[in-house]
Design a protein around this ligand. Structure first.
Ligand code: AMP
Length: 213
């Protein structure tokens, strides 16, 4: 099963993507995580991506598409995957479609986790990420056992540069301009499914499982 997660930054699509990956035993592929891993390792790709990410802008399609296509060509993706944060522009979606067509394949579902901007702004201010393993917490909704410390690896929890309020506003603007058109794109293909992302995490997941079967 090949699944795309759509939704504004902070809508909870990453959390849901991880839960889907576990339930259906398919890889969770997050372009944001791939970029962050590259930044941490100081690669050229990371340095290039950081320039855009820190401002809340999208990394250019050319770069993003290349890393995504490399990733989905790996063996573990043969039975499917859940894409989190890709595609984010119509050209990215078209390149993915074309690459899949070439192997007589296609995306099965595009799931839009729908959350209004006001909720997003409130959520992102409280979000904390582990500086070591990348796990996501929320001061109000998913607090760690010990304040400021990751439950899993004891790393320090930080507010990601791209979760800072001024950047969040840019990311939402970018989302409305560049990514929201994908909702129409997948609707026209007949594979768009919308879930109410304002519900709690478990209810959102139940709604998704009801769709995926
Ligand atoms: P995320 O973790 O998915 O919220 O992504 C964090 C940041 O990485 C985004 O704000 C973009 O700067 C960059 N990014 C991630 N995925 C993409 C993509 N598909 N296209 C362009 N930029 C991306």
């Amino acid at each position: 099963m090949k699944i795309i997660m759509l939704g504004a930054p902070g809508a909870g699509k990453g959390t849901q993507a991880k839960m889907i990956a576990e339930q259906y035993a398919i890889p969770h592929i997050s372009t944001g995580d791939i970029f962050r891993a590259n930044i941490k390792n100081g690669t050229d790709l990371g340095m290039e991506a950081k320039k855009y990410m820190d401002q809340g802008l999208l990394v250019p399609d050319e770069l993003t598409v290349r890393i995504l296509l490399d990733r989905v060509a790996k063996d573990d993706c043969r039975d499917g995957y859940v894409l989190d944060g890709f595609p984010r522009t119509i050209p990215q979606a078209q390149v993915l479609d074309k690459a899949l067509e070439e192997i007589e394949d296609k995306i099965d579902f595009a799931i839009d986790v729908d959350v209004p901007d006001e909720n997003i702004i409130k959520r992102m201010g409280g979000r904390r990420s582990c500086s070591k393993c990348g796990a996501i917490y929320h001061l109000e909704y998913i607090p760690p056992e010990t304040e400021g410390i990751c439950d899993g690896c004891q790393g320090e929890l930080v507010l990601r540069d791209d979760d800072k309020p001024e950047t969040v506003k840019n990311r939402l603007d970018v989302y409305h301009k560049q990514t929201q058109p994908l909702i129409d794109f997948y609707e026209k293909k007949g594979i768009l499914k919308t879930v109410d992302g304002t519900q709690n995490m478990k209810d959102v997941f139940a709604a998704i499982v009801a769709i995926l079967g």
